[in-house]
Write a protein that binds this ligand. Structure first.
Ligand code: ADE
Length: 252
């Protein structure tokens, strides 16, 4: 996957993309992520990227021309983008399914919005997807772009060493993840659940599955309708939710 990020804070974005799993995937050439300084596409002495809003009102609006030139330059260099994404609180909220779909695209362009927003002509004609990372407003699209690229990059085959760890992640099958423990087996009097020390893999799998379902019911009940459950699991879930029974104390 190739992705180009357009930002007025290239150093911030570059340093974040150099770290950890994403940084290593870039070094290995599994993904090709490049950061573009929006100001390099301005044509005035002050390298202006924003201007006052037509119609008045507070704040500034990002000018269309530098963004347009940046996308044109990227297209000339890389070929046409599969998606031009604008990070904005007005967008559709990012989900695992969106990240998964984007991880299958060849070429992404991600525009980091700033100020009050981006000239609507850019959004209407250049942008194919407007994406929000949640119902809160940040000072700009850089952190959201990093969230998007992190979520997308780790789903590109070969990025995460153990594909199984991506497979069972929260949301992959509509359920939250199970709890994780590492050594020591006892820490300040707190013990790791016995079953995980048993070496009985069937018992461990079934305990983890049960934990995922239980956590999802407790923390995100709205996910249960879409969750990928066996008929038996669904019957048990329905029985539990209609009787209001919580079997937690029996097992823990
Ligand atoms: N820019 C500012 N806030 C944002 C959000 N919540 N998601 C995406 N881009 C943003």
């Amino acid at each position: 996957m190739i992705a180009d990020v357009i930002t007025i804070f290239p150093d911030l974005v570059e340093s974040a993309l150099a770290a950890g799993v994403v940084g290593r995937a870039r070094e290995r050439g599994v993904v090709d992520l490049r950061v573009r300084d929006l100001r390099a596409f301005t044509d005035d002495r002050h390298r202006t990227v924003d201007d006052v809003p037509y119609g008045g009102g507070p704040g500034m609006v990002m000018k269309p021309e530098p963004i347009w030139r940046a996308v044109e330059a990227i297209t000339a260099e890389r070929g046409p983008a599969s998606a031009v994404v604008l990070m904005s609180p007005q967008g559709r909220t990012l989900t695992h399914a969106m990240a998964d779909a984007m991880s299958r695209l060849d070429r992404l362009v991600v525009i980091c919005g700033r100020y009050e927003g981006v000239d609507e002509r850019v959004t209407e004609t250049l942008v194919t997807h407007e994406v929000s990372i949640g119902d809160y407003v940040l000072t700009g699209g850089e952190l959201p772009a990093l969230v998007l690229l992190d979520a997308v990059t780790r789903l590109v085959p070969g990025v995460v060493g153990d594909a199984g760890s991506v497979e069972i992640d929260s949301f992959v099958r509509g359920l939250l993840d199970h709890p994780h423990y590492t050594r020591p087996a006892e820490f300040r009097g707190l013990k790791v659940p016995e079953v995980l020390l048993s070496g009985n893999h069937a018992a461990i799998d079934s305990w983890r599955r049960e934990q995922r379902i239980r956590r999802t019911c407790e923390r995100r009940p709205e996910l249960m309708a879409q969750a990928d459950l066996t008929d038996e699991e669904r019957r048990a879930y329905v029985a539990r939710s209609t009787t209001g029974a919580d079997d937690r104390t029996e097992e823990e």
